[in-house]
Design a protein around this ligand. Structure first.
Ligand code: SAM
Length: 229
């Protein structure tokens, strides 16, 4: 039984996917996809030996060694150019996922879909997508075991298409998630509003006020108040 979080990532892979799952750990995601879809194949990349070993065990336990390769290395360095058509990266912070994509840009020429699930700071990935010509085509938000997760799906295309003129705000909340404004989305940003208000209060008590930080917080609190119902 796959987590809801990884299930959602898997849902955005096409039939017959040929993908790399970077930071695969136990390789649950590639195993699930390859069990369900006999045409699918995958590369499970891991930077750490321990998780790589558990990926190897999981793959072997399903007799999937012919369709899932496990490789040790950082980010997309485990791939050769043109090897895969999709990339999944789940369960890491947004800035780390962005750095993995950025450092591996030269491996992305054959990739027609990127599916990421940042635990925090999805904004940094949305910004990277805009900068490098990837169009965000879908977003999901879900709650599982007391955590709220976002899933972003992108492919080469018009990176500005999902955004209105309020791009900075939409890059923070997510253009699709903002329009949908689900109850989980509301919960996430309600909590964020409380946190930001608290931080602002603390900053304003400080002796030396960092005005740029205070201004940014005011702007974000205004946005949050517009978004939270
Ligand atoms: N993707 C799985 C999931 O979502 O359940 C595992 C997530 S786990 C929290 C993060 C994994 O990413 C760890 O196993 C870690 O070793 C791996 N990792 C961290 N940085 C990495 C990098 N630069 N390249 C490849 N793997 C990395």
């Amino acid at each position: 039984q796959l987590s809801k979080r990884l299930q959602l990532v898997a849902d955005y892979l096409p039939e017959g996917a040929n993908f790399a799952d970077i930071g695969s750990d136990h390789a649950y995601l590639p195993c699930y996809v390859c069990i369900k879809d006999k045409e699918a194949k995958a590369i499970a990349g891991e930077v750490n030996q321990g998780p790589l070993d558990s990926a190897k065990r999981e793959v072997a336990s399903h007799n999937l060694e012919d369709r899932i390769q496990t490789r040790l290395g950082s980010g997309l360095s485990v791939l050769t150019e043109g090897e895969v058509q999709q990339i999944t990266i789940a369960g890491m912070g947004g800035p780390l996922i962005r750095d993995i994509l950025d450092e591996g840009k030269d491996k992305l020429s054959s990739v027609n879909r990127i599916i990421v699930q940042p635990n925090i700071d999805a904004r940094s990935i949305r910004k990277w997508f805009v900068e490098y010509g990837y169009e965000l085509i879908a977003e999901e938000i879900l709650e599982e075991n007391g955590h709220i997760y976002e899933v972003l799906v992108a492919q080469p295309g018009d990176p500005l298409k999902p955004y209105s003129e309020d791009q900075e705000k939409e890059q923070w909340f997510g253009p699709y998630l903002l329009r949908e404004s689900s109850s989980v989305f509301q919960k996430k940003w309600q909590e964020e509003l409380e946190t930001k208000k608290y931080i602002l209060g603390e900053l304003e008590k400080a002796q030396k006020v960092n005005q740029a930080k205070v201004d940014q917080l005011h702007k974000e609190i205004e946005w949050l108040k517009e978004v939270v119902l």
